[in-house]
Structures are given as structure tokens and as C-alpha cells.
Design a protein around this ligand. Structure first.
Ligand SMILES: Cc1cc2nc3c(=O)[nH]c(=O)nc-3n(C[C@H](O)[C@H](O)[C@H](O)COP(=O)(O)OP(=O)(O)OC[C@H]3O[C@@H](n4cnc5c(N)ncnc54)[C@H](O)[C@@H]3O)c2cc1C
Length: 419
């Protein structure tokens, strides 16, 4: 099993009682990251350990599973071997054999061909990314406190989030709450409530995968907590301290902003292309490997790919439109475990349980099987679902305690700046 994320972990756990099966889980990180809460680490609401569960601990009672900390860098499907690099003992590389191979390497944000923008607009995909962003955001307030020039101070207090999907909406909402609420009394020279939070989105509404009525409610909630929406607007350039945007029917303009967060566009893990190359398979426009309805590679019934890096064909041959979310990866993981355990092959069917996004304290939207919720009811649903899916009792307890504390005091204590 390559990758211990949402999909991979379900495969390994699903095989815990499978007779005669031994599982090797390879991951380049020693933890499973609960990405849906990464934005709370980036904005000081949670500490990194609360959303990162050590894989060895998660699997400590599963005798048929072992964990290897390494990066998969090559597949030889003919001799059934995977090449591993970045080994913790410093060895150059090694290969491990398999009978059945499952790959779930996830995805990364895409800068639409402008990889150089990553330096100026970090993303939130990894734990390191979330911690780097937290340092940038908190450092911007520190810089504003010392800056005497009003123009430069305004640039330090301008935060731009690019992309108004769930992650962008959550980030913009949290930065606004941080600036306008949490930090208000912590600085002397600067009034953080003057901070400007801009959410830039190329489409004409926020949360494009939700019903339009919930997008409108989310937009209103965002504006209420002080987020300025720039819809129908694309980013055309990014440099150190500035971002150039172009509204669909307007003039291009340059915004002075020291902190830009990237939450737009997704591209599959490079493992998808590597695997497609090895198998003579195909990848789609966003780099996902095309897999059969049972999640195997064409002509390779012993190789599975799933989660964010895979695009699943239906029985008719066309690609299914499955969202890049944790429930898809988890259901696919359980499906693969059942196929391996039983030695049978059935087509995968996604059961959509709904869509949730939070905007800020007491504000969220939810679309659960056609039932639309918003405001406090949606927010409580969001809290309950995220707590339920978080891995480990200890983390659930810690996160619940922190959320209760933050709700009551409006405080955020995980505000360490790493240099
Ligand atoms: C900021 C953010 C917020 C999100 N919020 C939500 C949300 O609220 N709700 C929701 O449903 N979904 C959300 N998602 C999407 C969700 O996290 C993904 O759909 C899900 O993680 C996909 O699972 P996966 O198993 O395919 O990949 P991942 O969970 O990303 O796991 C991939 C694993 O593979 C490992 N890996 C990658 N390459 C290699 C390699 N070469 N060698 C070894 N190991 C490797 C990685 O270390 C990682 O552990 C969010 C995503 C992000 C980034």
C-alpha cells in the first residue's frame, strides 16, 4: 500500500482480518494528515499534532500490517516491485516485492503552469505548508505593528486568498476572524480590525460545488465577518508583495498584499503519471490515472489506484465525475480492501452523503442528500462530522476541548511562529 492518507488507511484497516494477507504501508510521512482541519493549524486554532496521527500508532494493534517510512519513486509492474527512496537509514534506495499493489498518493495544488507563484502564495496541502502559512500570517501582523509607513502597513494587513472552494472559504473566514476578533487586543500600534481579507475567485460564486442558494448564504456570511469577495476575477500575476487580478469585464489592477494563500486548482500526485507510464495507461487533464470500474489498472488486476490521484471509468467507459474529497477516497479504500480480501472484482459505486463547508464561528453550509442547512445548525453538523472522522480518541478529545475553549473565549493559542 503506497500512501497512508484517507484512501490508503482504509485499505490497510479493511484488511485487518483478511486471512493470509500481510500488508506493507509505505508513506513518506510518519503520520496520517487530517487535511480538512489543516486550515485551523494555519490560523492558530489547532496544533499540528492534533491533526496528524502517527501511522504506527494507528496500526499498532494490527499484527498483519507494517509501516515503512520512505518515498515510492518507481514501479516495475513486470517483476512486481516498487522502488523506495529517501530511506531513513540513509541507504540509497531499495525495492520491495508485492503480490498486490495499491497506490493512493493524493494530490497537490496546481498553480496553472505558474509554479514560480508557489514562493509568493503558499498552499495548505501539507502539514509543513500549514505551518509555513501560520508563520507568514502571524508574522504579517508583527510586521504591521512595526511599520510606520501607512501604505506599507496596509500591505502587511492585506490578506488575499485565491480560490473560493471549501478550503479558500474556510481560510478567508478564519483569517478575518483572527484579525477582526482574536488579535484585536493583542497589538498596541496597529489595529488589526482594519485588516483587509480578499477572496478571489474566477467563477461567479463561492463554493461552486454547492447549490447556488447555499453559495449565496455562504457569500453573505463571509461578508458579514469582513471578507471582501472578488468574484469573476482571475489572478494574472504574483510577485513578492503584490498580486495582479483581472475582473472578467474590468481593468487589471495590482493589489499590495504581503500574504497570499493559494487554494485553487488541484493536480494529481506524480505517482499517477509514474504508474500510468509503467502500465502503459493514461492520465487525464489534471494528471489522474484512469482506472477500471473496479479501481484496477487496465490489464493489471493486481494493481489498484484510488483517491485523489485516480479517475474511475464507469462500465460504459466514460469517466465518472467523483469529487476530490475524503469520503470518495475512504469508500474506494474500503472497496479495494473487500476486493483483495475476497478475491472478487466488483465495480465501485460512490454513495454521496453530502457536502459541508464552514465559514467561521457559528457559520457553515451543508447540503446533505438534498437537505440544505446553514448557520448554526450547519456549523454544529460540521463540528460533529469532523470530530467523528478525526483519527484517535485522544485527538478527538483534544480538538473538542480546544474548540470549546475557542468558542467560549474567542482565543487561539497555537500561535507559534517558526522561522
Ligand atoms: C486543505 C485541504 C482541505 C480539505 N478539506 C476537505 C474536507 O473538508 N472534506 C473532504 O471530504 N475533503 C477535504 N479535502 C480533500 C481530502 O483531503 C482528499 O480528498 C483526501 O485526502 C484524498 O485522499 P487520498 O488517500 O487520495 O490522498 P491523501 O489523503 O492526500 O494521502 C496521500 C498519502 O500519500 C502519501 N504519499 C504521496 N506520495 C508519496 C510517495 N511518493 N511515497 C510515499 N508516500 C506518498 C502522502 O504522504 C499521504 O500520506 C481537503 C484537502 C485539503 C488539501
Amino acid at each position: 500500500m503506497i500512501g497512508g492518507g484517507f484512501g490508503g488507511l482504509q485499505v490497510v484497516r479493511g484488511l485487518r482480518r483478511a486471512a493470509g494477507v500481510e500488508v506493507t504501508l509505505v508513506d513518506r510521512q510518519n503520520f496520517h494528515l487530517f487535511q480538512p482541519l489543516a486550515y485551523q493549524v494555519a490560523t492558530g486554532g489547532l496544533s499540528s499534532a492534533e491533526i496528524a496521527s502517527p501511522l504506527r500508532r494507528v496500526l499498532r494493534h494490527q499484527a498483519n500490517a507494517r509501516v515503512v517510512l520512505a518515498e515510492a519513486t518507481g514501479f516495475d509492474l513486470g517483476s512486481r516491485e516498487v522502488t523506495l527512496d529517501k530511506l531513513p537509514n540513509g541507504a540509497a534506495s531499495m525495492t520491495i516485492p508485492y503480490d498486490v499493489l495499491v497506490v493512493a498518493g493524493g494530490s497537490a495544488y496546481s498553480y496553472f503552469g505558474h509554479d514560480d507563484w508557489a514562493e509568493f502564495a503558499p498552499e495548505l496541502k501539507s502539514l509543513q505548508g500549514a505551518l509555513a502559512l501560520r508563520s507568514r500570517i502571524l508574522s504579517a501582523f508583527e510586521a504591521a505593528e512595526l511599520e510606520a509607513d501607512p501604505g506599507r502597513r496596509a500591505a502587511w494587513l492585506t490578506f488575499v486568498v485565491v480560490g473560493a472552494g471549501p478550503t479558500g472559504v474556510e481560510m478567508a473566514g478564519q483569517i478575518a476572524e483572527l484579525a477582526h476578533d482574536t488579535l484585536r487586543h493583542d497589538y498596541r500600534a496597529v489595529d488589526t480590525s482594519h485588516a483587509r481579507v480578499l477572496l478571489v475567485e474566477a467563477a461567479d460564486r463561492v463554493l461552486g460545488t454547492f447549490p447556488p442558494s447555499l453559495s449565496r448564504r455562504a457569500a453573505r456570511s463571509l461578508e458579514k465577518i469582513g471578507v471582501t469577495l472578488a468574484l469573476d476575477t482571475t489572478v494574472v500575476d504574483l510577485a513578492d508583495g503584490t498580486i495582479d487580478v483581472q475582473p472578467r469585464n474590468g481593468e487589471r489592477s495590482t493589489i499590495a498584499a504581503r500574504t497570499v494563500v493559494w487554494a485553487a486548482g488541484v493536480t494529481a500526485s506524480p505517482l499517477a503519471a509514474l504508474l500510468a507510464d509503467a502500465a502503459g495507461g493514461e492520465v487525464d487533464r489534471v494528471g489522474r490515472i484512469l482506472v477500471e470500474p473496479d479501481l484496477t489498472l487496465p490489464g493489471r488486476p493486481e494493481v489498484f489506484a484510488l483517491g485523489d490521484m485516480a479517475a474511475v471509468r464507469s462500465a460504459g467507459g466514460e469517466v465518472q465525475r467523483l469529487p476530490g474529497v475524503a469520503p470518495v477516497a475512504m469508500q474506494e479504500g474500503r472497496h479495494v480492501a473487500r476486493s483483495i480480501g475476497s478475491g472478487t472484482s466488483k465495480p465501485f459505486r460512490y454513495r454521496d452523503k453530502g457536502n459541508l463547508a464552514t465559514i467561521g464561528r457559528s457559520h457553515a453550509v451543508a447540503d446533505v442528500k438534498g437537505v440544505q442547512l446553514w448557520g448554526f445548525a450547519a456549523w454544529v453538523t460540521w463540528l460533529a462530522v469532523h470530530l467523528a472522522y478525526l483519527i484517535g480518541f485522544e485527538n478527538r478529545l483534544l480538538v473538542l476541548t480546544r474548540w470549546t475553549f475557542s468558542y467560549l473565549t474567542r482565543g487561539r493559542t497555537a500561535r507559534v511562529i517558526h522561522h
